[in-house]
Design a protein around this ligand. Structure first.
Ligand SMILES: [Zn+2]
Length: 586
């Protein structure tokens, strides 16, 4: 939606007839004193911006011109386009010259998307971003005209006329609203700038029902779709072959399907509630609400720190498994050996192309050099680089010592200087249902990191990193922030995969939990890891024949390393203005 038509639309609200307006104009001078006392709400945003809500419901953001900044540059900064300078002049009593020390205002419709988001979140801190739309909570302020469906439509959709859609979507009979009342602004009429920050839509045309065996969701199978991929993998979050097969049988039985290879198009497949992932439950379900609150809160966090050439950045790299634990193994291809190769290639690229400092958690013997071969020699020589080091004889100990080491490195490089400049990536390769292929990232879901944790026993006590800080726990805000930053980092890397034509999972390439059989959890390497921005990267699925062939080529492994490095560089590139600053500013 472009700015100009919005402004016209916003102006077309009911108003007094022309004759009355002339009379009112005449009265205006008498009312000047009174109007000065009218209520205008102002909320400070980050970076010197300020949002203003006027008595009549107009919203502006104002700012001081920067040194040497003229109208064109100001329009570019505030609106993202110099074309909006006439709108700005109009909003500032026709002034086209910028004077130092005077704040200039820009109407909501003309603002660039990030400022629109920040302005509305700051003015209405009770509002919630849901996958189905924006939930506005009606506010009241002494002196300010009461909110109406018209004003809500104008703020959140850009056009007051959309009040009809709001009335319909909220099942209201008239346009009056009362303070505290929630109004859902549905996705289809929401401003594009606000739509952009909604969690991905997860309704997926599900209907819900109940029978004597309990509640279920109904999915109508489309042409060419199959139970295992289009129902089980998609809605239950299961990706491991044994799970997918078992649940496909369970869902088929529940739905009265006898032959899974011959299901008519449009067939109503029933998925019991206990198998559904929270995001697919009805929006009134507490499990879905808990999920969405965490998602909404964490999605307010994104990286705000820039680092040209990754100057000052520490990248902690881990490669999964190693030593006695070879990880996934398919036709002689060991996960531990191939992901170690990708980690070394990533390290080499970072050290040659950027100014980043790289630390790894493991080492294969004394080898940090890449072996330039497609098929790699087997090795069980991996050790965790704790003090003293730990040759991996027990995979569980190996995992726990890794996060102790990562936390120690974080204390060394992050805590003293800039914690936002340390990131952690653990590199793995999956063994999932054979139909799945490509990369997937796990980020630490805030809900799965409660409590405190520490290991005891001789093997741990012998190591400096464990003695430094034997146990960890995370506050709610730590967990939420970590989930948000991690999702930001992971999405930059996953995007870099896509941009290079490397396969990524069709469905949810970024997940906040591992789901296997009836359990959901965050892997220990992330769960107890104190680096805020961190994720576990599954570079491909070794159970998929195409992915397995690719993994056996050094070209693919090099491309994966390049994608990881590109994603890290993007993460420290242009920051996305975040709404949490706006909220925090209140
Ligand atoms: Zn693994």
């Amino acid at each position: 939606m472009s700015g100009a038509p919005d402004i016209i639309a916003a102006d077309r609200r009911p108003r007094a007839s022309l004759g009355w307006r002339i009379v009112l104009l005449g009265l205006l001078s008498l009312l000047l004193v009174a109007s000065a006392a009218r209520s205008t709400e102002r909320v400070e945003l980050a970076d010197g911006y300020r949002v203003i809500l006027e008595d009549d419901g107009d919203i502006f953001v104002d700012a001081l011109p920067r040194n040497g900044e003229g109208m064109l540059a100001f329009a570019e900064r505030m609106c993202g386009s110099v074309g909006k300078r006439s709108v700005i002049a109009e909003a500032n009593r026709g002034r086209t010259r910028m004077l130092k020390g005077i704040r200039y205002r820009v109407p909501l419709d003309a603002l660039r998307p990030e400022l629109q988001q920040q302005a509305l979140l700051a003015l209405f801190p009770g509002d919630r971003v849901l996958s189905v739309g924006w939930r506005h909570e009606v506010t009241a302020s002494e002196g300010r005209s009461a909110e109406s469906l018209w004003s809500v439509a104008r703020w959140f959709t850009g056009a007051g006329e959309n009040y009809r859609e709001l009335r319909h979507a909220n099942g209201l009979r008239d346009t009056n609203v009362v303070p505290g009342q929630p109004i859902l602004v549905p996705v289809n009429v929401l401003r594009p700038s606000l739509r952009a920050i909604l969690p991905e839509s997860t309704t997926h045309d599900l209907e819900y029902g109940e029978d004597d065996r309990g509640q279920y969701a109904i999915y109508r199978l489309r042409k060419g779709e199959a139970i295992y991929s289009n129902v089980v993998i998609r809605f239950t979050g299961r990706v491991f072959a044994d799970d997918v097969n078992a649940l496909s049988a369970e869902v088929a039985e529940r739905s009265g399907i006898e032959d899974v290879t011959d299901i008519p198009v449009g067939y109503r497949v029933k998925i019991p509630f206990d198998l559904l992932q929270p995001e697919f439950l009805p929006i009134t379900d507490p499990r879905r609400q808990e999920y969405e609150i965490a998602l909404r809160e964490s999605s307010r966090f994104s990286n705000q720190v820039r680092a040209v050439s990754l100057q000052g950045v520490t990248v902690i790299l881990d490669s999964g498994h190693g030593g006695v634990d070879v990880g996934a193994s398919r036709r002689g291809i060991w996960e531990s050996v191939y992901v170690y190769d990708i980690m070394l290639r990533t390290k080499q690229l970072l050290e040659s192309l950027t100014a980043a400092r790289v630390s790894t958690l493991t080492m294969d013997g004394a080898r940090y050099s890449v072996i330039e071969r497609d098929v790699l020699p087997s090795s069980r020589g991996h050790r965790v680089l704790t003090t003293p080091d730990y040759p991996i004889e027990d995979s569980t100990v190996g995992i726990h010592l890794r996060w102790y080491l990562a936390n120690s490195l974080y204390r060394q490089h992050g805590a003293g200087s800039d914690p936002a400049k340390v990131i952690f990536i653990s590199i793995h390769a999956d063994s999932l249902h054979h139909s799945l292929r490509g990369a997937m990232a796990y980020v630490p879901g805030a809900r799965y990191r409660r409590g405190s944790y520490g290991k005891s026993g001789a093997v741990y006590a012998a190591r400096k990193e464990v003695r430094e800080k034997p146990s960890v726990s995370f506050s709610y805000s730590d967990r939420i922030k970590s989930e948000g930053l991690s999702r930001d980092l992971a999405s930059n890397v996953i995007s870099a995969f896509s941009e290079r034509g490397l396969a990524v999972h069709d469905d949810k390439p970024i997940r906040d939990r591992v789901v296997r059989s009836r359990r959901a959890w965050v892997p220990a390497i992330l769960r107890y890891n104190e680096v805020p921005a961190q994720f576990l990267l599954e570079v491909c699925n070794l159970s998929n024949a195409d992915d397995l062939e690719l993994m056996k080529t050094r070209e693919f492994r090099q491309e994966v390393a390049e994608a990881i490095v590109a994603g890290i560089i993007d993460y420290y590139g242009d920051p996305q203005p975040v709404s949490d600053q706006a909220v925090a500013a209140r």
